[in-house]
Design a binder for this molecule. Sequence first.
Ligand SMILES: NC(=O)c1ccc[n+]([C@@H]2O[C@H](COP(=O)([O-])OP(=O)(O)OC[C@H]3O[C@@H](n4cnc5c(N)ncnc54)[C@H](OP(=O)(O)O)[C@@H]3O)[C@@H](O)[C@H]2O)c1
Length: 277
Amino acid sequence: MYDIQSATTLSNGVKMPWLGLGVYKAQEGEEVKRAVRTALEVGYRAIDTAAIYENESGVGEAIQESGVAREHIFLTTKVWNDDQGYESTLQAFEESLHKLRTDYIDLYLIHWPVRGKYTDTYRALEKLYKDGRVRAIGVSNFHIHHLEELLKGCQIQPMVNQVELHPMLSQLELREFCRQRNIQMEAWSPLMKGGDIFQHSVIQELAQKYGKTPAQVILRWDIQSGIVTIPKSVTPSRIQENSDIFDFTISHEDMKKIDAINKNERVGTNPDKYDTM
Ligand SMILES: NC(=O)c1ccc[n+]([C@@H]2O[C@H](COP(=O)([O-])OP(=O)(O)OC[C@H]3O[C@@H](n4cnc5c(N)ncnc54)[C@H](OP(=O)(O)O)[C@@H]3O)[C@@H](O)[C@H]2O)c1
């Protein structure tokens, strides 16, 4: 983890940057384009979008106009719940590809584990992988029991599980399950959507100690824990700030202090409690 472009190696050998830009709630058009452009200028090489964010077109345009070669960018998108199922996923994939102005996706994820559908959806992801349309496949919002169900029948193991993860929800059990199976963990809402976590006394104390901002301490904790992280911002100074996490190391003792903050508290939906979103 030397710099902003440092990457983890997924189980199939594909490299995925530890840090990416999330674009949930970045408005389609100028707002998302500016965010992606800024991130690429700062040095980010990974962007996380999804069909449901309705900003794939802006992401695609910004990438195309950036001057950064497509093969140097790690692009993630996700199949939405209404499109789940085998044929409908294949179709949704083509639509995402078209909007993103590219002919392959680096990582294609099942957005949520829709009951009765996600195993069929995953078969479509396996087909896309075998056909060379995506470089890696994975899931999002999968608990251990969802993964166990999926692993029983799949041919290709998911390479990534992207879940809500931050100091208040450290997901230790799921992390250990994934570590044992070589599934890379990825944190969404790593900053708890920019809320109260910045005021937490331990985060404040460590921010002072390391001469860093609360956001930087949390994002550094992610990557030092072996977790890929994708903070969202449309604010240029914050996009820069969130990437300045490669010039310090949190001590083992201080990592434990952050680990101890956990309260199993979510800012998003529990994957077991949603129905049709
Ligand atoms: N798979 C899933 O189901 C799922 C669910 C949710 C999110 N995600 C992905 O994960 C990404 C990140 O999650 P998120 O967007 O929910 O939340 P987040 O990254 O935890 O927080 C984003 C919020 O924090 C603010 N912020 C960013 N950097 C900051 C800083 N340095 N200081 C103060 N405030 C800061 C942003 O404001 P400004 O933008 O105004 O600067 C924004 O309001 C998403 O964008 C998306 O790509 C995936």
